[in-house]
Design a protein around this ligand. Structure first.
Ligand SMILES: [Zn+2]
Length: 346
């Protein structure tokens, strides 16, 4: 199990990155990996905090999280030999920092500026391939510094998407249990309960998250980090990623304009909860309360692609057994689940 050593969550904690690094024993240069838009929002603050602790810095701005970009950053790490890599941003910057630092044998620190998915704390990276998305085992951040003031300034849509990614654990854990019963796959109760607790806590705090109150944003960030920890404990993304994630990955591949990962996962959770015979209405009501999409229309994706994703999702990761079974849903079954749950209008 690889777990973060320090987790700072709160208002105005971004300037504490330098202090955190020196407390962890780093004295050498730091490579900061960030995005162009994030640089003036959070990057500058973090860079100043590093300089204030006499830590030399080097900065790389990335625009995507492709394997080519990861290779470029890995090359820079090998050439300049920084002590530590600091990833600052929403998702792609942290993914690039996570994977490149692991490949080059360096630790990394995660400084999320948005709360749109659980990759900010997980030991895994998912990347789009030409044929399907790939999930890579990377490593856990050594430290996470989540400044809720910065996160609360991100577009609300990202917060709502984060809620979708957390509530997805409701069906991810059910799929994991199912795979344990049917395929004798390893199942860890503790990791499963931790992931489920995250989804319970965000459901309970829907109003304060919707109001973007300080405690609401904090609750969501804590839930996302707990999901990352659950994956570290399990040694697999199983507690956090089931059929609802496969559905989202399928949409990301085929939809003309895919929605956000967490938004698609949320809608997938409604339908997968129905397939599990679980309380899908609870998930739908929660997402509506949050203001996250619950229908194809709200996702901005034509119904046809919802059905295609439902019938093809099982084939994306054949080794991952879920409620979709080995042969997947028939078109008729897909149409039924999508209409009964109101994802597609009759
Ligand atoms: Zn996710």
């Amino acid at each position: 199990m690889q777990l973060p050593r320090e987790v700072l969550i709160g208002r105005g904690v971004a300037p504490l990155v330098g202090e955190t690094l020196t407390r962890l024993g780093f004295t050498g240069p730091a490579l900061v990996v960030t995005g162009k838009t994030v640089l003036p929002i959070a990057g500058v603050t973090v860079l100043e905090s590093l300089k204030a602790r006499d830590l030399k810095t080097d900065t790389m701005t990335v625009e995507s999280s492709t394997t080519e970009v990861v290779a470029l950053v890995e090359k820079r790490i090998r050439e300049t030999q920084p002590d530590i890599v600091v990833g600052i941003g929403g998702g792609k910057d942290i993914d690039v920092a996570k994977l490149s630092s692991m490949k080059a044998g360096r630790s990394f620190v995660s400084v999320p500026t948005a709360a749109s998915h659980d990759g900010i704390a997980s030991p895994l990276v998912s990347m789009k391939g030409l044929d399907r998305p790939y999930s890579y085992a990377a490593h856990s951040p050594l430290a996470i510094v989540a400044d809720t003031t910065i996160i609360a300034q991100s577009p609300y849509r990202l917060i709502a998407a984060g809620c979708g990614d957390v509530v997805a654990k409701y069906t991810a854990v059910r799929d994991w249990k199912l795979a344990h019963r049917i395929k004798n796959e390893y199942y860890g109760d503790y990791a499963a309960e931790l992931a489920l607790m995250s989804s319970r806590v965000v459901i309970k705090n829907a109003s304060s998250i919707r109001a973007m109150s300080d405690s609401g944003v904090r609750t969501l960030v804590e839930a996302l980090i707990s999901c990352g920890v659950a994956m570290s404990i399990a040694g697999t993304s199983r507690p956090c990623s089931g059929a609802e994630h496969l559905f989202s990955h399928a949409l990301a591949m085929i939809a003309p304009t895919p929605a956000l990962h967490g938004e698609q996962c949320g809608v997938g959770t409604i339908m997968c909860a129905y397939l599990h015979g679980a309380n899908w209405q609870l998930i739908k009501e929660f997402l509506q309360k949050i203001g996250a999409p619950t229908t194809a229309k709200e996702l901005g994706i034509p119904p046809e692609y919802i059905l295609k994703a439902l019938t093809s999702a099982h084939s994306l990761r054949p080794e991952r057994y879920t409620i979709l079974g080995e042969s997947g849903l028939t078109r008729e079954a897909a149409l039924r689940v999508a209409t009964i749950t109101g994802v597609i209008e009759q």
